[in-house]
Ligand binder design. Structure first.
Ligand SMILES: NC(=O)c1ccc[n+]([C@@H]2O[C@H](COP(=O)([O-])OP(=O)(O)OC[C@H]3O[C@@H](n4cnc5c(N)ncnc54)[C@H](O)[C@@H]3O)[C@@H](O)[C@H]2O)c1
Length: 367
């Protein structure tokens, strides 16, 4: 059997083995929970761009939105209830793109019935919830969860990661990350800035360096002058297990557009993501280049590669990419960041030992 993009599959994978009723159609039947910005994009991406997948079901509490996405995907079945959709026998793999507080319960339901799941970040809203998922997988004895840390599939990030791993720049001594959003979503508090946005950067740092975060110290500012006083600009200082330092800027109300990048400074050199592509225009004594509006635009390629890799991992029956442990470890670091905001001091990140189930390829370069 070949994988959807032409590679050789070693075995058929859990869901393929379980998947009676597909007849001659080898495509993996996927159900998508949440059909908003991310879920709608994932559904369309699976339908139009990803080889070896078909969207057979969608679920949303907003029936009109779900109906529109279902129609655009060639007539997927609409479910009002996500658990009902996950349990339906027509669905063999699940994408979760509903709001953060729904993630943990829906992932656990997928594990309970043995269906592969690609869950948007964060895996859960607390380390305790995420640990429950890790423990469920360890009990199961196999990994079924991939977390939507799509930067691991972004060509620019992957280039930096390969350079770091090649040893060309020497041992990493400093990680720098910057993450700027145009506008803070209404209702976001200082903790939400970490758990919903900064979580990407915490994962990126762990992945780039292949090390766990040991300590964090967060300082923040309310730049918008909002009455809530939320810290929309946060600087996270980090130290890592391998005697390396880090600094992450999370600025969720930057005003000018969306920008994400990383730099890894090594003992002999440095590697960083390239600036945005697109024409540079010199006009009226200025020098200008477009800045992307949001993540959907900036990471369009990464989302496609992420889903293609996920589908291929299902064919192979061998999960890859960011796993439940990565989802958990990033939340442990996020919790320490929140503690640091409250205490005004550096806080230790108490990540337990990684279970054997998560050793190896899952934290390497994706794809
Ligand atoms: N990886 C990334 O780059 C990235 C970017 C943005 C958002 N996200 C994550 O994706 C998820 C969705 O974010 P979004 O921006 O698409 O939000 P959104 O508000 O645009 O969409 C969420 C959708 O889920 C639906 N929904 C709510 N409760 C539901 C339930 N119980 N069952 C089924 N559907 C339900 C809503 O009606 C809505 O249509 C969040 O977890 C968010 O953190 C990831």
């Amino acid at each position: 059997m070949t994988t959807p993009s032409g590679g050789h599959a070693e075995n058929k994978g859990a869901n393929v083995e379980n998947g009676g009723g597909r007849g001659g159609d080898e495509r993996v039947p996927v159900g998508v929970v949440g059909t908003g910005g991310m879920g709608g994009m994932h559904a369309m991406c699976l339908h139009r761009k990803v080889a070896g997948a078909k969207v057979v079901a969608v679920s949303d509490v907003d029936a009109e939105r779900a109906g529109k996405v279902a129609g655009d995907c060639g007539g997927a079945v609409v479910f009002g209830d996500a658990v009902e959709m996950i349990r339906d026998e027509s669905v063999e793999a699940v994408v979760i793109a509903s709001p953060d507080p729904t993630h943990a319960g829906l992932v656990l339901e997928c594990l309970r019935i043995g269906k592969p799941v690609m869950c948007e970040k964060p895996l859960a809203t607390s380390p305790g919830e995420a640990l429950g998922i890790v423990e469920a997988e360890v009990d199961l004895g196999r990994r079924l969860v991939q977390v939507g840390f799509m930067r691991r599939y972004d060509p620019q990030h992957v280039d930096v990661k390969r350079t770091v791993d090649s040893g060309h720049i020497g041992r990493p001594v400093l990680f720098k990350g910057w993450h700027r959003n145009q506008r803070i979503p209404p209702g976001t508090d200082s903790e939400g800035v970490i758990v919903n946005s900064g979580i990407h950067d915490l994962d990126s740092a762990r992945w780039m360096l292949g090390e766990e975060i040991e300590e964090v110290f967060v300082r923040g500012l309310n730049t918008s002058g909002s009455s809530g006083g939320e810290l929309d600009l946060q600087l996270i200082q980090l130290s890592f297990s391998g005697n390396c330092l880090g600094i992450i800027e999370v600025n969720v109300d930057a005003g000018f557009g969306y920008e994400v990048g990383v730099e890894v400074v090594g003992e002999r050199g440095t590697a960083y993501t390239a600036p945005p592509t697109g024409a540079i225009v010199r006009l009226q004594n200025s020098y200008a280049q477009n800045v992307e509006t949001d993540w959907l635009e900036r990471f369009e390629t990464a989302y496609t590669v992420e889903l293609q890799n996920w589908i291929e991992s299902i064919y192979r029956g061998r999960p890859g990419g960011p796993d439940a442990w990565d989802g958990y470890a990033s939340l442990v670091a996020a919790e320490a960041c929140i503690a640091s905001i409250r205490s005004g001091r550096p806080e230790a990140v108490a990540t337990p030992e990684r279970p054997a189930l998560y050793a190896g390829e899952a934290t390497g370069v994706a794809g």
